[in-house]
Design a protein around this ligand. Structure first.
Ligand code: FUD
Length: 284
């Protein structure tokens, strides 16, 4: 059994319980046991209300983020750590076990060159410190490989695995996303296999980031690859239905990803459960 999650960009561009709560009966009926919080501005989250909400509906919460563009983990790591500290505090306060996403860089920020040795060394030094700070809050720290247009630092499962081996912290995990994999990996099988020893979280996301099953992703191959590595962690639908203004540009979301946004939930979630079932996985 893999916990079935939903990134709340399916419902709203920010963590908005007034919009999310009315969907909960329906989401629970569709097997959802986890919600992902976009944590781009940690100070905006009402942690007491969020924790009570999660307990009331018996859902796990996992926040995720990309670092603000002005930060630089290599040149000014203290500043980036100072940004993460309140994010970790929010995760702990709402009862989360982890923070995922692009915790090592900024979505949509590249140098226009391949990463230099100095950049990779600096990013690893930063991740050692970030993992330690996460641990002090009882958290694990995810690193999400992103496609080449969103980052030049970590693009594939194998790249993330190498970084984790260098960093050497026991609370860092790989957060894979099928949208990025579809662009970067040779196959789903190769990507999931390379990440397997450190895989802690999976985003299932269509090739156009819209309604799962209505795009070009090879879902049978994707679910089979997840089943083949024996992954038992959470599997979360991420669609860019409603995107926070601070990362919409980095994600290059310029138009609606679904003709009918409600289909992401109404069509996408049942589709994913069925594809998973065919591969021998149970989502829910
Ligand atoms: C970025 C991405 C997302 C992002 C998250 C932030 O391309 O795929 O997972 O990290 O949406 O909440």
């Amino acid at each position: 059994m893999n916990t079935f999650g939903l990134h709340t960009f399916a419902i709203a561009p920010v963590w908005d319980l007034d919009l999310i709560e009315p969907q909960m009966e329906r989401l629970k009926g569709l097997g959802i046991g986890l919600l992902e919080i976009p944590l781009l501005r940690p100070e905006e989250i009402d942690t007491l209300r969020t924790r009570a909400f999660a307990e009331r509906w018996n859902v796990e919460l996992i926040p995720s983020l990309g670092l603000p563009r002005a930060l630089d983990v290599v040149a000014r790591p203290d500043e980036a750590l100072a940004f993460l500290e309140p994010a970790f505090a929010v995760c702990e306060a709402v009862g989360s076990k982890a923070l995922g996403g692009v915790t090592y860089g900024t979505i949509g920020k590249t140098t226009g060159r391949a990463p230099t040795t100095e950049e990779i060394d600096g990013m690893c030094r930063f991740l050692v410190r970030a993992a330690k700070a996460a641990k002090a809050h009882g958290l694990k720290l995810g690193i999400e490989p992103c496609n080449r247009y969103e980052t030049h630092l970590i693009n594939r499962g194998i790249d993330a695995a190498r970084i984790i081996e260098r960093v050497g912290a026991d609370n860092i995990f790989i957060h894979l996303d099928t949208y990025h994999m579809h662009i970067e990996e040779e196959s789903f099988a190769a990507g999931f296999k390379a990440a397997a020893p450190y895989l802690g979280y999976v985003h299932v996301s269509e090739a156009n980031r819209g309604v799962p099953g209505r795009g070009m992703l090879n879902w049978a191959a994707c679910m089979k690859a997840i089943a083949d590595i024996g992954y038992t962690g959470a599997i979360t639908l991420e669609s860019m239905n409603h995107v926070d203004v601070d990362i919409a540009g980095g994600l290059a979301v310029w138009r609606p990803v679904a003709e009918n946004p409600d289909n992401v939930i109404g069509v996408g979630l049942p589709f994913l459960r069925e594809e998973a079932r065919k591969a021998g996985l149970t989502l829910g």
